[in-house]
Each structure stands twice: as structure tokens, then as C-alpha cells.
Design a protein around this ligand. Structure first.
Ligand code: PRP
Length: 283
């Protein structure tokens, strides 16, 4: 049987994010001279470099077994694929955006307007759900300047930081959905064990990226309060110390919350509080 084929974005920000994630998960390959194929060392896997927006369709049709892409593109393509894992990167919103000076209180008020977007299918469904009939102007990019160019009254576009909107004097009127980078799989599921192993490895990297390992000593009488502050991913590991009034705790904490958790533990009387990054994990 042929190798398992994974589609990766060939260029752009997502291309680097996806390659890095696979490498951290031990799926190592070298792309030579912008080649469209790469062979993974030690595993029967081929990497195929594709346009990010073609990956959902090519995975649905079986040209690739798995692919890394955006959930926004899966929704727009209506491709019949299974989402295996969210990769914790590329988070964004798709939103109806209007000029700063325009007020739309209900999406039904989009009725009769011209809306520029590269997400025509998602937009059409959204308008139907809100009983609005609008003229959709289908585009592949630079949607944010279409109101200034006079061909649209509103746009539907992705918003990440909001700086593109601000630069074009636009604002979000209504959010349509939240999206992020995901790994999808063809529903025939060729090479199921290998595909599952890839997902487990990626999951280990994604969880490790979001968590730190925290270690601290705490008087036994305050342990239950400390456990409320740091309940852990599953549960904390408690070890006895030479001084039987004290114990040591090892626990996973969301990296974003570590500093405030350390403050709370210190206030509770914990000492020797240490944070260590986690490179990889299997839980
Ligand atoms: C997307 C989107 C917006 C921008 C939003 O474009 O279409 O233009 O990002 O990001 P912000 O809220 O952080 O400013 P992208 O950079 O993906 O390129 P594109 O124009 O080819 O869609």
C-alpha cells in the first residue's frame, strides 16, 4: 500500500506554523528547492505542499489522506472531511464588517446591500439564516478596500487582531463564526493506525505548548486549598517531604495563567515554586 499523504500549506504564515508543528511532533522532512513533495524520514509518510484553500477539497476527494488547513476554509469549501484536532494556532473570526459610521443593529438589515467577500458560501448561509437577501460580490483578496472602491456597502472578512479593519476605518458589525488551524482526515481513513499516531503526537505538542509544569512545596494542612488553585490536567502529583508537615506538588498549569497562579500559591504559604516549560507530552 502506498504511503500516507499529508497536505501542508505551500506558502504563507500557515506554512511555517504547520511545518514547525510536524517537526516538533517528530515528523521530520526536508523540502528541497520549493519542491511540491517531501519524504518523511523513518515513517511511510509523504508531505505534499498545496494551496491552503485547496487542502479541504483535496482531502475530501482523497488526493491526500490528511491535511493542515483553516477550519474557515473547510466551512467555505463544504468539503466532506473529518476534523481530527485543533492545533491551537491561527485563531480568527469571520465577521460582517461595515464603515465606522454605519450602524447595523440586526443582520436582517443587510437585506438589499452589496457584500464583498471571499467566503461566498458561508456568507450566503448566514444571510439565509437571517432572512436577508444581499448581492454578494465574490473576490479572492483585498476585500477590505472594496467599500472605499465603491463596489460594496459591507464586507465579510477574517479578523485576527483587528488592525486591517482599523486601518480601513471599518468595524465589526456581527460575528459569523470562530475558526482556527486544524488537521483534517479523509473519511476513508487509509492507514488508520499511522494517522492516529500522527494525531496523538500533534496533540502532545499542542498540549505541551499551552501548559507549564509547576512544582512547589506546601504545608499539608493547606494542600486542599492549593489543589483548588492548581487542579492540574488530570490531577496533581503529591510527594512527601522529610518534614512530614510539608509536601511537594507537581502539576500542569496553563502557561497563560502561571504568573497569577504563582501569586496565589505564594499568598497561601507555598515555597520553592518553580515553573518549567514542557516540550512534549502524552497524557
Ligand atoms: C486576513 C484577512 C484580513 C486580515 C485580518 O488576510 O483577510 O485582511 O488577515 O487580520 P488582522 O485583523 O490581524 O488585521 P491574510 O493576511 O490572511 O491575507 P489575504 O488578504 O490573502 O486573505
Amino acid at each position: 500500500m502506498s504511503n500516507l499523504r499529508i497536505g501542508l500549506p505551500s506558502k504563507g504564515r500557515l506554512s511555517d506554523l504547520a511545518s514547525e508543528l510536524l517537526k516538533e511532533a517528530g515528523i521530520k522532512f526536508r523540502r528541497q528547492n520549493r519542491s511540491l513533495f517531501a519524504k518523511v524520514s523513518d515513517l511511510p509518510i509523504e508531505i505534499i505542499f498545496l494551496r491552503t484553500d485547496d487542502i479541504p477539497v483535496l482531502c475530501g476527494e482523497g488526493a491526500i489522506d490528511m491535511g493542515i488547513t483553516g477550519s474557515d476554509l473547510v466551512a467555505e469549501s463544504q468539503a466532506d472531511v473529518e476534523t481530527r484536532l485543533s492545533l491551537g494556532v491561527g485563531k480568527c473570526r469571520l465577521a460582517v464588517c461595515v464603515p465606522d459610521t454605519m450602524e447595523i443593529t440586526d443582520p436582517s438589515e443587510l437585506n438589499g446591500l452589496r457584500i464583498a467577500t471571499s467566503f461566498t458560501n458561508v456568507t450566503r448561509t448566514y444571510l439565509e439564516q437571517h432572512s436577508a437577501q444581499a448581492h454578494i460580490v465574490p473576490l479572492t483578496g483585498s476585500v477590505e478596500i472594496m467599500i472605499t472602491l465603491g463596489i460594496a456597502d459591507a464586507i465579510v472578512d477574517l479578523v485576527e487582531t483587528g488592525s486591517t479593519l482599523a486601518a480601513n476605518r471599518l468595524k465589526i458589525s456581527h460575528e459569523i463564526g470562530h475558526y482556527e488551524t486544524i488537521i483534517v482526515q479523509n473519511k476513508e481513513k487509509r492507514h488508520p493506525e499511522l494517522a492516529d499516531r500522527i494525531v496523538r503526537r500533534l496533540e502532545g505538542v499542542v498540549i505541551a505548548r499551552g501548559y507549564s509544569l509547576l512544582e512547589y512545596n506546601i504545608p499539608r494542612e493547606r494542600l486542599s486549598k492549593a489543589e483548588n488553585i492548581t487542579p492540574g490536567f488530570k490531577s496533581p502529583t503529591i510527594t512527601s517531604l522529610e518534614d512530614s508537615d510539608w509536601c511537594a506538588v507537581r502539576v500542569m498549569v496553563k502557561t497563560k495563567q502561571v504568573t497569577s497562579v504563582m501569586d496565589q500559591l505564594e499568598e497561601l504559604g507555598a515555597s520553592a515554586i518553580l515553573e518549567t516549560p514542557i516540550n512534549n507530552c502524552r497524557l
